[in-house]
Design a protein around this ligand. Structure first.
Ligand code: ADP
Ligand code: ZN
Length: 799
């Protein structure tokens, strides 16, 4: 607690990892950690977060906080601590970390509206004109607010504190209605002659249309407003989060399943940790071993103790499957928190969580900040998954590691689940830092699938369809004929990664990145898979005018196109990020596939993750080698996990499953371990290689990435950064290897040249502290402003 008139430290979002000192005006009595304040910043005013007391630098003119935004802080002490830990560990701006924990609306909106609350001050303390205006639960008109504020003597503040005036943030639904979800047309003659129409003809319509739908047919915000005022449109409001949950129906039968012996012992072991403060346990269960059922039973025990649960899943599509399971157990006590929700839904969910209305929260990495009271357990499902790491923008945090830190701060157990644990996690199990619970069988009685390697060096089909071997073709056809279902996995979307002119050899490249543009049949268009640049495709070569093209390489669209001529009786559906737009679509495709509307699911790595589709008896991996070829120390680990996971989609019911992996590296150890589904063998070899070449978990990595449009200046800035860094490392006597600088594997991206410097160190905290001090002395490490620098701690993607 700070008394007024003192100096305080405030975090303000921006490219600099600095904080700022302000004066706290006497009118502000007290600030709480994380409370949002409005501060003057340059010529503008910005939202800042109060961090604590502060000492102004010598000779600095200290400005005064303009006002306090929130009545009370939005952060529990534990969440505040987590955000500040993140800022330190991931070398991020604390304001970015705190903002990451809030629903998007609260990051930008500074002004709530006000309504009359239900805790009246003693009326004799109010000016007499106020009482007749109070209408409990109604919005307070601006004119009235201004009059109250004009009254002075802190009247407004007193009324707010007493609860007579309550703040309502846009879309919370805490007010009488919240924002409308759509509009209904009211029939009226006025439709024919509205003054606001100005040359556009807007028609009455049936049913309810959302703002977006209206705008698509010529409405504007102004016209909607006018039409509502004149009674032509009627706003439609919704209650609660029905739309979010609507697309995921509970998987009813699972709540009745009996745990088998192995699941029961795992549950017993896990529940032992529930009352014992912080611990981390890995639930290592083979694919299809029923980890989700164990989570649900464990959650039931946590809820029984009056506590709440946070469960992280890798991606939104998967949150859907997990959600369906949890909803069967816990119904409306479950909610989700993710970026595909509308701002309003997120805010509602967030408030509901804060108020304790929802006891279980499911979501991807950003949900690690769910504002739950009484947290009792954190689960990280598929903990090995790369999508837990946020690469861009800052904070570049790892959702799993932050979850473990949150569990530590809250003093509760963390449970990590996976069939192919990350090398780091399993290393911690081996060194007894983490506990281990194991599930080694499939409870449905199904056995692990039999995996075959198809050596493409001898099996490749010449001609038009180089992605399909005779063996795989024959096997797929067999399943389809028998009425079984098949998954084909190819980690490349689009039609062809290269579109080449057959006449002159012209190849289209991204003007921003200098990489080949991928040809997409939809459009048709050419698109850069690195920066998102797209352009229409052409029917005449831009260089020679020729009209014959070579479609080189294969993506999911090309395979989809070939399916009718490859297989008889195939009903394919494509499942990749081009086909799956919008949160409900993924779920719908999977539901339709489950109900056998399709018999062949073709997709990118979205098909490898967590899907439980009992009708699938064969999985075909079209190109196993792609990820092995990447210049990344994790490429073995990623390849192993991907193959193991996708293989695990096969044979989850009684009919035994088979998997065919097409590869040019049939002798490769990683591919063979994945085929044998031997995690331990893979781990032993991988950990040795990590030890020998000094990679995590034996050291930590920091990737310093510099980029700029002028290659020469970038080169010299990078060298000078490296030299100064090497100097500091020497002076601080730190143990750290500096590798590079070298051009990034993607040396040119979005019009910027890119260089990186990789740091390996066992003293990460000392190292980042040293970096912080340097940055404090010399803003942006003295790098010229035309050069951008990103510091990525524990990087996952080093392209
Ligand atoms: P994992 O996440 O470990 O790969 P899932 O949780 O998806 O596995 O479970 C695989 C399948 O086994 C699901 O269809 C699930 O409903 C079923 N299952 C899990 N536990 C049991 C059990 N004890 N009895 C019967 N079926 C079970
Ligand atoms: Zn590009």
């Amino acid at each position: 607690m700070v008394t007024s008139g003192e100096h305080v430290t405030v975090a303000v979002a921006g490219p600099l990892r600095r904080t700022f000192v302000y004066r706290q005006p006497a009118s502000i009595e007290r600030l709480e950690a994380g409370q949002r304040v409005l501060v003057p910043f340059g010529a503008a005013r910005k939202i800042g977060y109060y961090l604590g007391g502060g000492v102004p630098g010598k000779g600095v003119r200290v400005k005064e906080i303009v006002k306090v935004i929130d009545d009370a802080t939005l952060f529990s002490p534990e969440l505040f601590k987590l955000c500040l830990w993140m800022a330190d560990y991931y070398f991020a701006n604390p304001a970015d970390c705190l903002a990451a924990a809030l629903p998007p609306i609260l990051k930008t909106k500074r002004k709530p509206t006000f309504r009359w609350g239900d805790a009246p001050l003693e009326l004799d303390k109010l000016p007499s004109w106020v009482a007749p205006l109070i209408k409990e639960g109604h919005k307070i008109p601006t004119t009235v607010l201004q009059r109250i504020k004009g009254e002075g003597r802190g009247l407004f503040d007193r009324m707010r504190k007493s609860g007579l005036i309550a703040a309502v943030w846009a879309g919370t639904g805490a007010g009488p209605k919240g924002a409308p979800i759509g509009f209904r047309a009211v029939s009226s003659d006025a439709w024919k002659i509205p003054a606001w129409r100005k040359g556009v003809s807007l028609q009455p319509f049936d049913g309810v249309k959302t703002r977006t739908q209206l705008k698509a047919v010529g409405w504007s915000e102004y016209r909607i407003g006018k039409a509502v005022k004149s009674g032509l449109l009627e706003p439609v409001y919704s209650e609660g989060l029905s739309e979010v949950m609507e697309f995921v129906r509970p998987r009813e039968h699972v709540a009745g399943l009996q745990l088998n012996g192995e699941q029961r012992s795992a549950l017993d072991k896990l529940s032992e940790f529930l009352d014992k403060g912080f611990s981390t346990t890995l639930l290592h269960g083979i694919t299809g071993s029923g980890k989700t059922l164990v989570y649900c039973h464990l959650c039931r025990e946590v809820l029984g103790r009056g506590k709440t649960v946070l469960a992280l899943t890798p991606e939104i599509a998967l949150a859907g499957t997990t959600l369906a399971y949890f909803r069967a157990f816990f119904g409306d006590q479950v909610t989700v928190l993710h970026s595909a929700m509308t701002e309003r839904e997120r805010l509602q969910s967030w408030y509901g969580i804060r108020q304790g209305k929802y006891r279980i929260v499911i979501g991807p990495r950003s949900a690690v900040f769910a504002p739950q009271p009484d947290l009792g357990l954190i689960i990280v499902d598929e903990e090995h998954d790369g999508s837990y790491k946020q690469d861009d923008p800052a904070p570049r945090f790892h959702g799993r590691d932050c979850a473990i830190m949150r569990a530590r701060i809250n003093g509760v157990p963390a449970l990590l689940g996976s069939a192919s644990p990350s090398v780091e996690t399993y290393h911690h199990v081996r060194s007894e830092k983490y506990h281990l619970a194991t599930l080694a069988t499939r409870p449905t009685g199904a056995r692990l699938p039999i995996v075959h390697l198809v050596d493409m060096r001898s099996e490749r089909v010449r001609g038009d369809l180089p992605f399909m071997s005779y063996t795989l073709k024959k096997e797929v056809q067999g399943r389809l004929t028998r009425g079984e279902q098949v998954i084909l996995y190819l980690n490349r979307r689009g039609h062809s990664p290269m579109l080449k002119c057959a006449g002159c050899g012209f190849l289209s490249r991204c003007p921003q990145c200098q990489v080949n543009l991928t040809y997409h049949k939809t459009g048709p268009k050419l698109s850069c898979h690195y920066c998102g640049h797209t352009e229409p495709s052409y029917s005449a070569c831009p260089s020679c005018g020729g009209s014959e093209f070579l479609y080189l390489g294969s993506g999911t669209q090309k395979v989809e196109e070939a399916i009718p001529c490859l297989f008889e009786g195939a009903t394919p559906v494509r499942f990749d990020s081009d086909a799956v737009t919008g949160r409900a679509k993924a779920y719908r495709i999977l539901t339709d596939f489950s109900s056998r509307k399709y018999n062949l699911l073709l997709g990118t790595q979205m098909v490898t993750k967590g899907l439980d589709l009992p009708g699938v008896t064969l999985v075909g991996v079209l190109a196993a080698d792609m990820s092995l070829d990447l210049p990344d120390f994790r490429s073995s680990e990623k390849t192993f996990a991907q193959l193991l996971q996708v293989a695990g989609r096969s044979g989850r019911a009684e009919t035994p499953g088979e998997v065919f992996i097409q590869t040019y590296y049939a002798d490769n150890d990683v591919i063979n371990d994945a085929a044998a589904q031997h995690y331990e063998t893979f781990f032993e070899r991988e950990i040795e290689s990590r030890r020998r070449f000094r990679y995590p978990p034996f050291v930590r990595l920091i990737n310093c990435l510099l980029s700029g449009s002028d290659e020469k200046r970038l080169e010299s800035a990078t060298l000078s950064f490296r030299n100064q860094l090497a100097d500091l490392v020497r002076r601080h006597r730190l143990k750290a290897d500096l590798l590079g600088p070298a051009p990034c594997p993607l040396y040119f991206l979005r019009g910027q040249y890119r260089r990186h410097l990789l740091v390996k160190t066992g003293q990460i905290v000392k190292f980042t502290t040293m970096l912080s001090e340097w940055e404090h002395e010399q803003s942006r490490f003295g790098i010229p402003s035309a050069i951008k620098i990103v510091i990525d701690v524990d990087p996952d993607d080093m392209m």
